[in-house]
Design a protein. Structure first.
Length: 240
């Protein structure tokens, strides 16, 4: 699964190679995707290479080879996994809570039952990284941990910027999908359309502060249009 920016870049590279026979320069890629720096292009190129869509050829300038394309760009469909073949789609689940509390004395099944959520990849609690959305692993989550209405998913934490909030490297965080956040919420935030991080959210006029919970990490203050809230932390799972 590719992010929107990864797909846009792969499409641009493929179109230019079909037209000119050579890939575009990093400056051309940056302009085409409306990014502020070439470092973002480097990250996207690395992500595409890691996912097997392109290959960079050593010792040659601007040498990129397209290995495959996703179906949305005309590539061949990939072989279904055993889970897909059986009709199972481990994406997200609806975590609605009941509108009314159970009657007094009734057994709260939701509180004791476990619900399977997909671990959609890794999330940076440190310097923002690309969250890898592959849904390859699942985790059992108590039903009582799911908060509010909407879809939920899990992410593995990478980094130590949120340790004073009790979130450690290797923890699994449970996220409720939402685009809304209040000051003080710990959120999954996408920065500039391609970097994703787990931070405490604070609004400062037309700016958004993404605060770490570790004095070794600086608060990032960014224009509001560069930050997209993608979910809110509702739970945490730790293995010992």
């Amino acid at each position: 699964m590719l992010t929107k920016k990864q797909l846009q870049l792969l499409d641009f590279i493929n179109t230019r190679m079909q037209r000119d026979g050579v890939p575009p320069s990093f400056d051309e890629m940056k302009e085409a995707l409306d990014l502020r720096s070439k470092s973002g292009i480097h990250r996207l190129i690395t992500a595409l290479e890691e996912r097997g869509f392109i290959r960079r050829l050593a010792h040659r300038a601007r040498a990129i080879e397209i290995i495959k394309l996703p179906e949305s760009l005309g590539g061949a469909p990939s072989a279904p996994t055993s889970a897909q073949a059986s009709g199972f789609r481990p994406r997200v689940i609806d975590g609605d809570r009941p509108d009314a509390p159970p009657p007094a004395g009734a057994l709260d099944v939701e509180a004791i039952s476990a619900i399977t959520l997909p671990i959609m990849g890794k999330i940076a609690a440190g310097v923002p990284i690309e969250a890898v959305a592959d849904g390859a692993t699942n985790v059992a989550v108590p039903g009582s941990m799911l908060s509010g209405r909407g879809n939920h998913y899990a992410l593995e934490v990478k980094g130590e910027s949120m340790i004073e909030a009790g979130i450690n490297h290797g923890d699994i965080v449970v996220i409720r999908e939402t685009s809304q956040a209040k000051d003080g919420d710990i959120v999954v935030a996408m920065v500039e359309g391609y970097e994703t991080t787990l931070k405490r959210y604070k609004r400062q006029g037309d700016m958004i502060a993404l605060e770490a919970a570790n004095p070794a990490f600086e608060t990032r203050v960014l224009p509001a249009d560069m930050v997209e809230v993608q979910g809110k932390l509702v739970g945490l799972i730790r293995s010992y």
